[in-house]
Design a protein around this ligand. Structure first.
Ligand code: T4K
Length: 429
């Protein structure tokens, strides 16, 4: 069956009429008490009056952030490698145990800087099951992303598929630590070595996570973080490159700033990928509370797990208890046959309840433009195809309250209870 369109409008919930909103709650979602009855998709009252989203940003510690804004306004030093950006870079580097962090305007530009500095040509191997930016960053710099498959369990790049996708034109591999779980670092290091290719890690999801007890940030030639608002550590918009290679860090700083090495002196082709002081101030104020946010995200994850565990056909991905995780992403897999309802129908039914669960990363980057029009994937992508059909992100992270998690699971249970009618409704629509 073709997938129903599940995109914009982003908020399709129908607030229940006649129910007073609790305006005293500090967050976006105001909860309406659960009423027995039908799922909202079938005419019942929606459980959330305002959208309950997948990654509501954590708020920077207000006092520290406002004080920084004040000092920025007084100093009038707003951007161009300012002191707050430098402090942010230093603290991030310490937390990751790396020597250099180069802060950027966003994670996509951070990936692009690597392609520019290394003057990559030809092809780069990327997983098909990722956010589109992993491929766009390279494609936008004249490279051809070649998609490889992921493993079903880890959802991370499959080394065998990566090997099969490599060619004499491959200049780099960019693996993703999807959902904060480390990619197969050792196997990919071997493959990159065999082909003399660069190895980067897109660590957009993985700040605060570890691999073999070492913080993510120090693997490969370089690792790239996103500090977008939806990340556990954020600067509202932002990104950063972590590396132990001093010469690389120096070049990245040049290219981030138009190639300037001094007033009037441009040493190479550059761009503008600078982070500004307000962003860095936000980052520092979020970083100060990072451990608390991770703990809240862990508790939310556990609360989901406790209630979803016994539910046939719905499972959450695991995080290795021997590693550090940031627990930012609550990733569910829907088995249509056992759950009695497909992932897409569940998504629509949740949306009607005011729950903006997301089908990350449907339909797979190889099925998006410009890639799908340009060429056929070089290697088969059966696991990407399967995961793109069944993965669903539930609201989680460091800013969701426990009672909201309970209500999301109430909604799932209510939808499941009425699964036949929901399936019929979606099928008829
Ligand atoms: N590599 C990977 C593997 C990535 O996942 C990403 C980004 C990148 C690279 C690129 O990094 P950046 O260049 O973005 O730094 C969102 C984020 O915009 C994107 O950063 C993130 N990955 C991706 C997984 O998710 P969308 O298009 O889904 O965003 P949007 O606006 O729908 O927001 C998601 C949810 O968050 C919404 O339901 C509402 C909520 N939200 C969002 C924002 C921005 C808020 O509550 N407040 C907010 O301010 O991409």
């Amino acid at each position: 069956m073709a997938s129903p369109p599940i995109g914009f409008p982003r908020w399709a919930g129908q607030p229940a009429s006649g129910v007073a909103r609790d305006m005293t709650r500090p967050t976006m979602s105001r909860i309406i008490p659960l009423q027995p009855g039908l799922p909202a998709l079938l005419g019942g009252a929606a459980l959330f009056a305002e959208p309950c989203v997948v990654n509501r940003p954590v708020a920077p510690e207000r006092g520290a952030f406002l004080a920084s804004i004040d000092s920025i306004l007084s100093s009038r030093r707003f951007t161009n490698d300012g002191p707050i950006v430098r402090r942010f870079e230093q603290q991030v580097a310490e937390r990751c145990g790396v020597e250099h962090v180069v802060a950027c305007a966003n994670g996509t530009l951070a990936l692009e800087l690597l392609a520019r500095v290394h003057e990559l040509r030809g092809e780069v191997i990327v997983p098909a099951f990722t956010f589109v930016a992993t491929a766009h960053a390279f494609r936008g710099n004249g490279l051809t992303p070649v998609f490889c498959d992921v493993e079903l369990d880890s959802m991370n790049m499959d080394p065998a598929s990566c090997s099969a996708a490599m060619s004499e034109r491959t200049s780099a591999i960019c693996a993703v630590h999807l959902w904060g779980r480390a990619a197969p670092v050792q196997a990919l290091t071997r493959i990159a070595g065999e082909f003399s290719a660069r190895l980067y890690f897109d660590a957009a999801h993985a700040f605060g996570c570890s691999h073999n007890g070492r913080p993510i940030g120090g693997f490969g030639t370089a690792e790239v973080f996103s500090f977008h608002a939806t990340k556990i550590l954020h600067t509202m918009e932002g990104g950063g490159i972590a590396t132990n290679d001093e010469a690389l860090a120096r070049e990245l700083r040049l290219v981030r700033n138009f190639g300037f090495s001094n007033y009037d002196q441009v040493d190479r082709l550059g761009t503008n990928a600078k982070m500004h002081e307000m962003s860095a101030a936000c980052g520092l104020a979020v970083l100060a509370g990072l451990d608390d946010h991770i703990e809240l995200a862990r508790q939310a994850q556990q609360r989901y797990r406790d209630r979803i565990e016994g539910m046939d056909g719905l499972r959450l991905i695991d995080f290795d208890p021997s590693e550090q995780s940031n627990f930012q992403y609550v990733v569910a897999e829907v088995d249509e046959n056992r759950f009695g309802l497909g992932r897409d129908a569940l998504t629509l039914a949740l949306r009607a309840e005011g729950i903006l669960a997301r089908r990350y990363f449907h339909p797979g980057v190889h099925r998006m433009e410009p890639y799908c029009s340009e060429s056929q994937p070089r290697v088969a992508l059966p696991n990407t195809e399967a995961l793109a059909r069944r993965v669903l992100l539930l609201p989680g992270g460091g800013a969701i309250r426990g009672d909201e998690v309970e209500l999301v699971v109430d909604a799932i249970e209510r939808i499941h209870e009425h699964r036949q009618a929901v399936a019929a409704h979606v099928g008829a629509g």
